[in-house]
Write a protein that binds this ligand. Structure first.
Ligand SMILES: *[C@@H]1O[C@H](CO)[C@@H](O)[C@H](O)[C@H]1NC(C)=O
Ligand SMILES: *[C@@H]1O[C@H](CO)[C@@H](O)[C@H](O)[C@H]1NC(C)=O
Length: 545
């Protein structure tokens, strides 16, 4: 082909995708995926369960991608129920249309397909995806997302000899349908039946290493209900990354990973050639659940024996001090060549403080979970879509207060207003006696501080204004608070939710409508042409060609 023709062809190619998926930057590479979502037998705890498989796999396929890559993921739903996937920690700039939660997307009906177009814009690090509807997450359908740095961007550690993804978390023998029925009848979930690592129980996974070499382990808590602790027998771990932030590289013997969080550590195989336990145990639970995988030296002389190494269980202080020790490496690059620390987050004054308290009201005789007294109920139409077509009566902006209210709880499709480009402070207040885990879609935020007791203005005096990490999921200890700063740099309808899946399902979530009056494509993409329409938007049309 002559050069001009080739140029013309690629131009047409990119224009087609531009038109079809609103993807703007045609210079960034595209990666295409076809995912067939089916129900099939899995045996994670020795008994047969119906799992949610992606291309026959449980967990689903791992996505390896690079900063700014465009992912075009066609999802075919062969389940008998509607289905959606959400991308935990992937920001989807200007594009909450792709977020895959019920407030932004119509579910993919059984037998139908939907093509997501995501860009890994200005992100690096370790994340995961999971099914967002009902209790589907309890049946699998999750997988890792690793975003590598672009070739010319410095990474603050030598290239590891291997890169392992571990999706760990609690597991239930009951099906999503049964779990959902338990929740619908107004009860919390039963205690989990066990823990899994990459879909397998005791010693179900083996990670093989060569003596003397260093490996990256990316660990995410994909469970529904419990924080976990991660450790490797006889080895220390060097923490390098938390949900897209390169950290000060400190050594840990074990790491607490709360619901929905992701961490990367480097582990050097510097012990005698043997097999060692990789251990995950539940945190803050009685009894303590434990599971293991194997770290196998390729020249190993012997197998694991005896009990796996113990770790912290119900102690909160050690978890809190570990959380405080996790800090940003100011001189390391993030997704861009300039150092992460060149963004002086602590020098910016937030223009607004939002205080969010979790509570567990009984409403109409049923157990619900709420934020500032409001227990979220889904509307008949995704909020983003109702907003776009200006369909009245689906939700009201301002339907959740900015600070805790101490009345009995009520049900509402709660949406909070926020101004695009504002810089806000959010204080999560936890007056219950269980650990909470909060996630914000579309953004990453700075963890300014956390402590026991009631937050007050003077708590700000102890904020870390210099080198805390930016992340997308943060824990709040019992009878404690956690404060964050966040730049609202992403227009859209963004889910703020408990990562405890029963709490989320029973109302502990709401949407933050980050709004720009400019209505410019520079700030937010228009509705994708392939958007599914449902509810009161069913008869609308997406944009004409
Ligand atoms: C998905 O389904 C639509 C009809 O709903 C069809 O036009 C399209 O070709 C299918 N495939 C993909 C990859 O979107
Ligand atoms: C921080 O990052 C730099 C790379 O810019 C690296 O050389 C240094 O070792 C890192 N420091 C720590 C404490 O992790």
């Amino acid at each position: 082909m002559r050069t001009e023709n080739r140029v013309l062809c690629s131009l047409i190619f990119f224009l087609t995708f531009f038109i079809a998926f609103n993807v703007v930057n045609g210079e960034d590479p595209y990666r295409f995926f076809t995912w067939k979502v089916t129900s099939g037998p899995i045996y994670p705890m020795g008994i047969r369960q119906q799992g949610i498989l992606i291309n026959g796999q449980f967990p689903g396929p791992k996505i390896d991608t690079v900063t700014n890559d465009n992912l075009i993921i066609s999802v075919y739903n062969y389940l008998t129920e509607p289905f959606l996937i959400t991308w935990n920690g992937i920001q989807q700039r200007r594009n909450s249309w792709q977020d895959g939660v019920y407030g932004t997307n119509c579910p993919i009906p059984p037998g139908k397909n939907f093509t997501y177009a995501l860009q890994m814009k200005d992100q690096i690090g370790s994340f995961f995806y999971f099914p967002s509807l009902g209790m589907h997450k309890a049946a699998g359908g999750f997988g890792g997302i690793n975003i590598y740095s672009r070739p010319r961007i410095p990474v603050p550690f030598p290239h590891p000899a291997g890169d392992f993804t571990l999706l760990a978390g609690d597991w239930f023998k009951r099906s999503p349908r049964v779990l959902k029925a338990i929740l619908d009848s107004g009860h919390n979930l039963p205690f989990p039946d066990g823990l899994l690592i990459n879909g397998q129980g005791w010693n179900g996974n083996t990670f093989t290493v060569n003596q003397g070499q260093t490996y990256r382990f990316r660990i995410s808590n994909v469970g529904l209900a419990t924080s976990i602790n991660f450790r490797i027998q006889g080895h220390t771990m060097k923490l390098i990354e938390v949900e897209g932030s390169h950290t000060l590289q400190s050594m840990y013997t074990s790491l607490d990973i709360h619901l929905g969080q992701s961490y990367s550590v480097l582990v050097t195989a510097n012990q005698r050639p043997w097999d060692y336990y990789i251990t995950v145990s539940s945190r803050f639970t009685k009894p303590v659940l434990t599971t293991t995988a194997i770290l196998h030296y390729s020249n190993s002389w012997g197998k694991v024996s005896g009990p796996p190494p113990g770790g912290p269980t119900v102690q909160i202080d050690s978890s809190l001090s570990q959380a405080r020790s996790i800090r940003w490496n100011l001189t390391a690059s993030g997704p861009r060549p300039n150092p992460q620390g060149s963004y002086h987050y602590g020098m910016i004054k937030p223009s607004r403080t939002i205080r969010l308290a979790n509570n567990a009201p009984v409403i109409n005789g049923k157990q619900r979970y709420a934020v500032n007294g409001v227990s979220f109920v889904p509307a008949d139409t995704p909020l983003k879509i109702a907003d776009y077509y200006n369909i009245q009566g689906v939700f009201g902006v301002g339907s959740i207060p900015d600070s805790p209210t101490w009345g009995s709880g009520y049900l509402k499709t709660s949406v909070m207003h926020a101004d695009f480009r504002s810089y806000i402070e959010i204080v999560f207040e936890n007056w219950e006696d269980t650990v909470q885990s909060w996630h914000i879609d579309g953004h990453s935020f700075f963890v300014m501080g956390m402590d026991g007791g009631q937050w007050s203005q003077s708590s700000r005096l102890r904020y870390n204004l210099r080198d805390t990490v930016a992340r997308s999921t943060v824990q709040v200890y019992p009878k404690s608070w956690t404060a964050i700063y966040m730049a609202l740099d992403n227009v859209g309808m963004w889910n703020i939710r408990s990562q405890d899946w029963a709490r989320q399902y029973l109302g502990q979530q709401f949407y933050l409508r980050v709004y720009s009056s400019a209505h410019s494509w520079r700030d937010e993409y228009p509705i994708p042409r392939n958007a599914l329409l449902c509810g009161r938007a069913f008869h609308r049309r997406t944009r004409p060609l």
